[in-house]
Design a protein around this ligand. Structure first.
Ligand code: NDP
Ligand code: PYC
Length: 348
C-alpha cells in the first residue's frame, strides 16, 4: 500500500482482494460469501467501476448491522425439467446463489436454446456485468435485471417509487472482449450520487429532485428527495419493466417493498434477480459464423464513426491495472474502510 501526493492510495491487486476479504470477515460474513463478494468487488475495482467496487463494502457492513441478513445462508438451487432454474438465496447476499446456479443456467441454455435463472430472497448490492459476462464467456448472450429500493420517481412523478433498476446485456465475440453494457435506469446510480457527496461535488442537472419535488444538484437533497430516470418516459417504462420481470414474474418483491424487507435504509436492497441466457447456435439454426460476421459489421460501423462501444473504458482499465499490477483508490476511502474494522459489526 502506497499513499500518493494526490490523495490516492495505491494497492496491489492482491491487497485489493485482501482488503475486501478482511472487511467482510470482520463484518461476520461466512467464508463462502466472503469469497463470492470479494471476487465481485475485486473485478469491479480492477475495471475502475468505482461505485460498485470497494466502496460497496459500506453497504455490506450496514446490511450486517441490521441483522436481517443471513450471513451464512446456503443457497438452494431448484432445477426441474424446464428451462427455468430457481436459486433461493435464503436471505443471504445474491452472489453465492448466482455463482452456484450459473453452471446449470449455461447447461440448460445450451439444451433448450434459452433458459432463465430466477434468484429469490436475496440481498443485492452489486454490478451485473460480471454475471452476464460469465454467460458470454460460455458463448451465450446474457441479460440480467434487478429492482432495488424505491428511490426513483417515475416520469411525471414526484416521489420515489422505482428502484435504480440496472439492466445488463452481454454478447459473445470470438477472440475479443464481449459487447457488454450495464447501467442503472436512473440517470445516476445511487452509488454515483454517494460518490459525488463524498467528493463534495454538485450533481449535473436532471438527475434528481428534492423533497419538495424541485430539481436539485445537491447530493444530500437528491438522496433525501427522489432520483430521476434516464431518458424521461422511456427510461421510466424500462424501469417499470425491470420491476415486473425481476419482481412479480419470479414471485419476488418490487422496489416499493424492498426497504421494509431489508431493514434499515442503509441496507442493501432485498428482492429477486432474473438472468436470461440465449444460445446463438440454437437461435441462428447453426449459422453462428455468418451471424457473428453480421454482428461484427455492426460493431465495426459504430467504431468507424469514432464512437466507442460500451465497456471499452472498462476493458482498457482492466488491461492497464493488470499490466502495472496495482490500482488507485481515494485515500479517504481506504482510511474509512480501515476505520470500519476498528469497531464490532454484526456477529464478528
Ligand atoms: P455508467 O453510466 O457508468 O455506464 C453505463 C454503461 O454505458 C457502461 O456499460 C459504460 O461502459 C457505457 N458507457 C458509458 N459511457 C459511454 C459512451 N460514451 N459510449 C458508449 N458506452 C458508454 O453506469 P451506471 O452508473 O448507470 O451503473 C454503474 C453500475 O452500477 C452498473 O454496473 C450497475 O449494475 C450498478 N448498479 C447496481 C444496482 C443494484 O441494485 N445492484 C443499481 C444501480 C446500478 P464503460 O463501463 O466502459 O464506461
Ligand atoms: O447504485 O443504485 C445503486 C445501487 C443500489 C443497490 C446497489 N447499488
Amino acid at each position: 500500500m502506497t499513499q500518493t501526493e494526490d490523495a490516492t492510495t495505491q494497492l496491489t491487486l492482491d491487497e485489493v482482494r485482501a482488503l475486501a476479504e478482511r472487511v467482510l470477515t470482520h463484518c461476520g460474513y461466512a467464508s463462502a460469501h466472503v469469497a463470492a463478494i470479494s471476487e465481485m468487488l475485486y473485478r469491479c475495482q480492477l475495471d475502475d467501476c468505482q461505485s460498485h467496487g470497494l466502496f460497496r463494502l459500506f453497504m455490506c457492513a450496514n446490511t450486517m448491522k441490521d441483522g436481517k441478513i443471513d450471513a451464512a445462508a446456503s443457497p438452494q438451487i431448484h432445477s426441474e425439467d424446464t428451462a427455468i432454474i430457481r436459486a433461493d438465496a435464503r436471505e443471504g447476499m445474491s452472489l453465492l446463489a448466482v455463482q452456484e446456479a450459473m453452471p446449470t443456467l449455461i447447461e440448460k441454455a445450451r439444451r433448450y436454446g434459452m433458459a432463465a435463472l430466477a434468484v429469490n430472497n436475496c440481498f443485492h448490492f452489486s454490478a451485473l456485468w460480471p454475471e452476464v459476462e460469465a454467460l458470454s464467456t460460455a458463448g451465450l448472450a446474457g441479460l440480467s435485471m434487478v429492482p432495488s429500493h424505491s428511490w426513483v420517481a417515475p416520469a411525471g412523478g414526484t416521489k420515489g417509487t422505482l428502484g435504480t433498476n440496472p439492466i445488463a446485456f452481454s454478447w459473445p465475440r470470438k477472440g475479443q472482449d464481449p459487447f457488454t453494457f450495464d447501467f442503472a435506469t436512473s440517470g445516476f446510480a445511487r452509488g454515483e450520487i454517494e460518490l459525488y457527496k463524498r467528493a463534495g461535488k454538485p450533481l449535473p442537472e436532471g438527475v434528481a429532485i428534492d423533497e419538495r419535488g424541485q430539481p436539485t444538484c445537491d447530493p444530500d437533497a437528491a438522496l433525501n428527495g427522489a432520483m430521476l430516470t434516464f431518458g424521461g418516459h422511456k427510461g421510466s417504462a424500462l424501469s417499470i419493466m425491470i420491476e415486473l420481470m425481476a419482481g412479480p414474474l419470479i414471485d419476488d418483491l418490487i422496489s416499493l417493498e424492498s426497504e421494509a424487507a431489508a431493514g434499515r435504509p442503509g441496507c442493501a436492497p432485498y428482492h429477486g434477480q432474473i438472468i436470461l441466457a440465449f444460445d446463438p447456435e440454437k437461435f441462428s439454426g447453426g449459422r453462428v459464423a455468418q451471424n457473428d460476421a453480421r454482428a461484427e459489421r455492426l460493431f465495426a460501423d459504430i467504431i468507424a464513426q469514432g464512437a466507442r462501444l460500451p465497456s471499452q473504458r472498462r476493458y482498457a482499465a482492466r488491461a492497464r491495472n493488470l499490466e502495472r499490477g496495482y490500482l488507485e483508490i481515494p485515500s479517504a476511502l481506504y482510511r474509512d474502510l480501515e476505520a470500519l474494522m476498528e469497531s464490532p459489526i454484526g456477529s464478528s
